[in-house]
Design a protein around this ligand. Structure first.
Ligand code: FVH
Length: 288
């Protein structure tokens, strides 16, 4: 069974994963609920499994990439004995409670569970830009890592299975914050007739410059000291944040994306931290 691998779920991402495995020379078995989605992969040399049971029996490493954990649960339902000894790599986006539940269930079936978070879009799979977060059984990662290398750079985060999912969601949170901020900014600039293309020439270098403050923020967050050598204090910045919300309203732009930032800044100000850096807002986010 060496170098065998099965991919269950052939949506946009599962298909990209299976193609990368074939490109890397792995004996790849594929299964999808809608069988026709396997056709192109079979034409490239993949083995078609007619059932999930067959896909699991065919390989010692099984990759799952489905819409959500409900789909994972529905797919693995009733497969108890067949999972024994298998290394299950679940690359489906999920929440920590869902990861814990499936990890516990697979542990009970004597399977080796590895959870993963894919930090790439389907066309990036197999390229140097793709990276995948893994957590769970260290033995499972050591066993499967050569095959998983076909997807991109692997980052193993530790034995606790929820580590990959939480880090994945945290990175996506940074991404959606960036996307939401960009869309709000572009709508506001658009309210005075600036096209998205014209605004991009301003917003791109601005965001690149602002990225350079993050190492300083990270140090402040880790030390808990948001008050040393402050260059742009929260009291000053909260005026700008409130102005953004008010100007959005008067320009006919929904301020919904920026309102939580205003609320958090005000909460921190009310706590007496106006002379701190804005990095201190993280303390207002944390549940005490
Ligand atoms: N595509 C992306 O850009 C992102 C990048 C980061 C990681 N995500 C996650 O990958 C998971 C799968 O995403 P996807 O893009 O492949 O999604 P779809 O193209 O919509 O394919 C969904 C597959 O799931 C199958 N499926 C859904 N429900 C069930 C079920 N109850 N039983 C069995 N299979 C099910 C579906 O089958 P079918 O509709 O073709 O029959 C597809 O194979 C996801 O967690 C992303 O967050 C992708």
């Amino acid at each position: 069974m060496s170098n065998t691998i099965s991919v269950i779920g052939l949506g946009a991402m599962g298909t990209a994963l299976a193609n990368a495995l074939i490109d890397a020379g792995n004996a790849t078995t594929v299964w999808n609920r809608t069988p026709s989605r396997a056709d192109a992969l079979v034409a490239r040399g993949a083995h078609r499994a007619d059932t999930v049971t067959e896909a699991i029996a065919a390989s010692d490493v099984i990759v799952l990439c489905l819409t959500d954990y409900a789909a994972v649960e529905a797919t693995l339902h009733d497969l108890g004995p067949g999972l024994s000894g298998k290394t299950i790599v679940n690359l489906t986006n999920g929440r920590p409670d869902e990861v814990r539940a499936i990890a516990t269930r697979l542990d009970g079936c004597d399977a080796h569970y590895l959870d993963g978070g894919i930090m790439a879009t389907p066309p990036m799979i197999g390229s140097p830009h793709a990276f995948i977060l893994y957590s769970g059984s260290a033995d499972a990662f050591a066993f499967a890592r050569d095959r998983l290398a076909a997807f991109g750079r692997s980052h193993y985060l530790g034995e606790d299975p929820i580590l990959a999912a939480v880090n994945d969601l945290a990175l996506l949170s940074a991404m959606y914050g960036l996307f939401g901020g960009y869309l709000h900014a572009t709508a506001l600039a658009g309210s005075v007739g600036v096209s998205a293309t014209a605004f991009l020439s301003l917003v791109e270098p601005w965001l690149a410059a602002m990225m350079t403050v993050l190492p300083d923020y990270a140090e402040r967050i880790d030390s808990g000291d948001h008050g040393r050598d402050v260059m742009s204090n929260l009291a000053m910045q909260s005026v700008a944040i409130t102005n953004i919300v008010a100007a959005s309203r008067s320009q006919g732009i929904d301020p919904a994306f920026m309102e939580p930032m205003e609320r958090l800044a005000q909460k921190r100000l009310a706590g007496g931290f106006g002379t701190d850096e804005i990095s201190g807002i993280i303390e207002a986010m944390r549940r005490k």
